[in-house]
Design a binder for this molecule. Structure first.
Ligand code: GTP
Ligand code: MG
Length: 620
């Protein structure tokens, strides 16, 4: 668990961001790459030697030679091959291992960056896309910086060294036999890019199908509930057929590719036999040189096939690098103050001073003023979408206000370090989120190794202690994927326990007891009063009992506070709150009656202790 607790140093110590992080790492490993390159040059020169030995052997054979001399030549070829492969192996290893290191650094940078970025970034991004960048794109970059770079160098070096050798044998013949190289290279590049396109189409369809499969599995309840199995099967079949069609088209191009290459090298050989053969007859070159020439030419022609692939690998690499850099260069909207104000203790005074905030051009809060004294319990009431959660987001600096300021103990929250601010506020969010870990790890998320007494108290206050037995494994029960699925109310109470365990001076409950039954909720609130005495509690709630229990109630309407007072005062004033409260009471009564009827029907109560199956208080 401790590994998840990220201290501010860890997030901010990445220092100034490099314009292109990859270059930073390539420079760090420049000597490794230089070594790999040198090894390639050396190996390529060596690879030209066996054809040379072949030439000597053939010329010897025509002139008359001995068996021992031939054996010696054979030995030399084997020796060269051994040295060459050893050098190639070493060079490749040097480069590939650095590629793994670069991948490691980039992955590390990405993870830090993901934790550093704030909500607005995640609102703009799709999870699947971020996952793809952190996996696929990173793999592409690693492959490029390792084997691909090696192959590109190999091709370039081989072509350079090979052509040098060819020219040294016969300039005219070399020129004749490479005139068609650019043509082959062009064809190859065309074929390879087409192949790449076809492959991308296959991948896209495959991704689409995978997504679908995943949605079918996770959405199986909805599919069954709406009896959509048939139509799902049909559209699945259509997508699946499309995948096969694309795969077959890709397959046809792949099958055509190598025959094309064989044809191309065949033409070259024919040219050399025709013109080179005449040179041999004319006595311009020896038979040995003729063979040597042919062997080297074949080696070079096979390198041409790599060219097309290099082009597409380069394009892919640039695209992947762009996507990774896009994330790494992202700056969080919420920035740490350069010199944060240090507050030893936080009492818990909270104030919104003329706060204005917009979401996508729509004003949500409009010059909102609200002062909350330390130690009080204030309920915020408002229609859905009124901006209640937004107020919480501004207090915890998920967003910053456009105008005005939010203060804690009179200090603008923007002057406090994020760590200090968020340590001071325990938020129980509207949507409970639990990690797939044990219950204990989940509730001690905000505090490393909490004392057992504190854990006990948080469990009691959140009324979770009653559920431990039912969960089987107690605090060690695994939650979520392949663990126990908690009921809605249990989830809410677990997130409450998590917030309480932080012992924050300011506690915010954002509609966080909506799935907890009325009795349990009252008990929680009663215990909270003791727990939070001296501390500030902000409750966003709908339920009548919660509202009545608050010290003070504010009504949020049109982005500002419309009514403000105690429950009794506001009822007496008979304004918006009074109307809202009466409607809420009626709704709760109706829901209670409905539940009783249902229980009579079934002859049993189907809901888990402490939680409600219906949503009586959840809507306004
Ligand atoms: P309930 O939780 O339903 O009771 O509403 P609330 O009072 O908590 O409303 P909230 O503060 O969540 O939202 C206020 C308004 O801002 C609503 O109209 C939302 O549609 C809008 N809003 C909230 N979050 C976002 C966001 O991330 N992007 C955009 N564009 N709008 C948002
Ligand atoms: Mg809300």
């Amino acid at each position: 668990m401790a590994s998840r607790v990220v201290t501010p140093e860890r997030i901010t110590d990445t220092g100034p961001r490099h314009k292109n992080p990859l270059i930073k790492y390539v420079l760090r490993y420049k000597w490794h790459y230089a070594g790999g390159f040198a090894a390639l040059v050396f190996a390529s020169v060596l690879s030209m030697l066996p054809p040379l030995v072949l030439k000597i052997a053939i010329d010897d054979l025509t002139a008359g030679t001995t068996v021992s001399r031939l054996a010696a030549l054979g030995g030399i070829v084997i020796a060269i091959a051994l040295v060459e492969s050893a050098i190639r192996f070493g060079g490749r290893l040097l480069v590939s291992s650095r590629a793994r290191w670069i991948e490691y650094h980039l992955r590390d940078d990405l993870a830090r960056q993901f934790l550093r970025l704030d909500r607005s970034f995640y609102l703009r991004s799709r999870t699947g896309d971020l996952m793809a960048r952190a996996t696929n794109d990173l793999n592409w970059i690693r492959d490029f910086m390792g084997p691909t770079v090696n192959d590109i160098w190999f091709t370039v070096v081989m072509l350079t060294v090979g052509l040098t050798f060819l020219f040294s044998i016969d300039v005219r013949l070399t020129l004749l036999s490479i005139v068609y190289f650019p043509f082959v290279a062009g064809v190859v590049i065309y074929l390879e890019t087409t192949l790449e396109d076809k492959f991308r189409l296959v991948q896209e369809q495959f991704g689409h199908l995978t997504n679908r499969a995943q949605e079918n599995v996770s959405g199986i309840r909805a599919i069954k509930a709406y009896a959509q199995e048939e139509s799902e099967v049909e559209s699945w079949a259509a997508d699946n057929r499309e995948l096969m069609r694309r795969a077959l088209s890709f397959g046809r191009w792949v099958s055509g590719f190598f025959p094309m290459m064989i044809l191309a090298t065949g033409i070259g050989t024919a040219l050399v036999i025709w013109f080179g053969g005449r040179d041999v007859v004319a006595g311009d070159i020896t038979l040995g040189q003729f063979v040597q020439f042919n062997v080297i030419l074949r080696m070079l022609a096979s390198q041409l096939t790599v060219l097309g692939w290099v082009v597409s690998a380069w394009q892919q690499f640039i695209a992947s690098l762009g996507r990774i850099n896009e994330i790494l260069r992202e700056e969080p909207d919420i920035d740490e103050p350069a010199e944060p104000r240090v507050l030893d203790t936080i009492r818990g005074d909270v104030a919104f001073e003329g706060v204005t905030f917009e979401h996508d051009g729509r004003t949500v809060l409009d010059r909102l003023d609200l002062r909350i004294a330390a130690g009080s319990t204030v309920a915020i009431v408002g229609e859905t979408g009124a901006g209640k959660t937004t107020m919480v987001d501004l207090l915890t600096r998920v967003f910053d206000p456009w105008e005005g300021r939010v203060t804690v103990d009179g200090v603008d929250v923007r002057e406090l370090s994020l760590q200090r601010l968020r340590d001071a506020i325990g938020v129980v969010p509207q949507e409970a989120f639990l990690f797939s870990e044990s219950l204990h790890e989940n509730i001690s998320f905000g505090r490393v190794d909490p004392p057992a007494d504190d854990v006990d108290e948080a469990l009691k206050t959140s009324q979770l202690s009653n559920d431990l037995e039912q969960l089987g494994g107690g605090l060690d029960t695994l939650i979520g994927e392949r663990g126990v699925t908690l009921s809605g109310g249990q989830k809410q109470r677990a997130t409450l326990a998590r917030a309480l365990l932080k012992r924050p001076p300011i506690l915010v409950l954002d509609d966080s007891l909506s799935h907890v039954d009325t009795n349990t909720e009252e008990e929680i609130l009663r215990r909270l009063r003791v727990f939070m005495a001296e501390r500030t509690t902000l409750v966003i709630a709908h339920r009548s009992s919660t509202l009545a229990a608050a010290d003070r109630i504010v009504v949020l309407e049109d982005g500002a506070i419309a009514e403000d007072g105690t429950h009794e005062e506001l009822l007496a004033a008979d304004g918006r709150y009074a109307g809202y409260y009466r409607r809420q009471l009626l709704r709760e009564q109706a829901a209670a009656e409905e539940r009783e009827l249902a229980v009579e029907d079934q002859g049993q109560s189907g809901t888990a202790a402490g939680d409600r199956a219906d949503e009586e208080g959840a809507q306004s």
